[in-house]
Design a protein around this ligand. Sequence first.
Ligand code: GLA
Length: 387
Amino acid sequence: MTKDTLAERGADTFAKCFGHTPRWAVAAPGRVNLIGEHTDYNDGFVLPIAIERYTVMVADRTTDRHVTLHSITTGETAELSVRSPVQRGEPAWSNYVRGVIAGFQRRGIKIPGFNAVIDSTVPYGGGVSSSAALEVAAATLLETIHGQPLDPIEKALLCQKAEHEFAGVPCGIMDQFTSILARPNHALLLDCRTRETTAVPMNDPAVTVLIINTNVRHKLADGEYAKRRAECEAAARTLDVASLRDATLKSLSAARARVAPIPFRRARHVISENERTDQAAKALRASDWFAMGALMYASHKSLRDDYEVSCKELDAVIEIARNLGPSKGVIGCRMTGAGFGGCAVCLVKTDAIQQVTRLIGDAYENQTGNQATIFSSGPAGGARVLS
Ligand code: GLA
């Protein structure tokens, strides 16, 4: 479903709920990270694309200071007042929007009442940033209602803060930056320290990004995420650097006796992943798919063994893809996002997409008893107001 079709469906529901057509429609994409995993909160590098899966909000102002949010996905409605600083509340998904409203309020922007319908094709909880897509859609809507856009970086940081404070996830900046700043037919190389972004062309028609959702989500995800962050910070302190961005594999091995075994492995992942991300951006520019594939497999191995954020379902997908190999059209594959389930990202020769989809889907089901959801996506553009 395109974002325009989603917006039309949203508008129909809006008319049923509120008795008239909505005035605004905005869309924000999910993302898939090609490489550079668990590096963003270590001031490192990431290389994601925005995907052609969107969260759409259609809305209109009201004359009071009351906000009604209706989600087509869950069928639930959230009610809140914007007369005073917005707080956390129910249902859980509304916190992403509440957090963004609170961020605008904190900037001294007076939010009027509004009604909104939310719909989405970003798989929920699948590691492709359904939460960032909702935050960024909400921020784009509020900019539109207010009539003045925020600076894009300010906007991304506001959304990230909403996730920290209203959803309790100490995420990095990758997801929100991608959902805002991505360009069609480009990957986004983001330096998470300087926040400098470089659009890397990714428009070889012979290669397609395939996203394989394992449809499993292991419960430990959030707690383990915060734990990894803390382990990286501990390693950086022992190495006496501001963040792992400033460490090298050489400085890490020189400090081997001082760094405890777990932080050592976490640091080895982060440092080597930053190097792989730099190399991957170069490989992408050169359409060196062989190099790109090798970097993706190396990234997965490091995430599995050193960072310990994979799971048996993700490992199964990566092994299936690797065994198919270039002769069957597979270039490279790795887990993507925070891990512990969710999605794998796979680069596939475009003319083999159907065959690869079938072969991976069948083998995954045989091995794990679960069904994967598999879809392809070109690199999409960031959030926008729909006409
Ligand atoms: C989640 C977070 C991101 C990033 C990834 C792992 O998606 O939201 O900030 O840390 O995990 O790379």
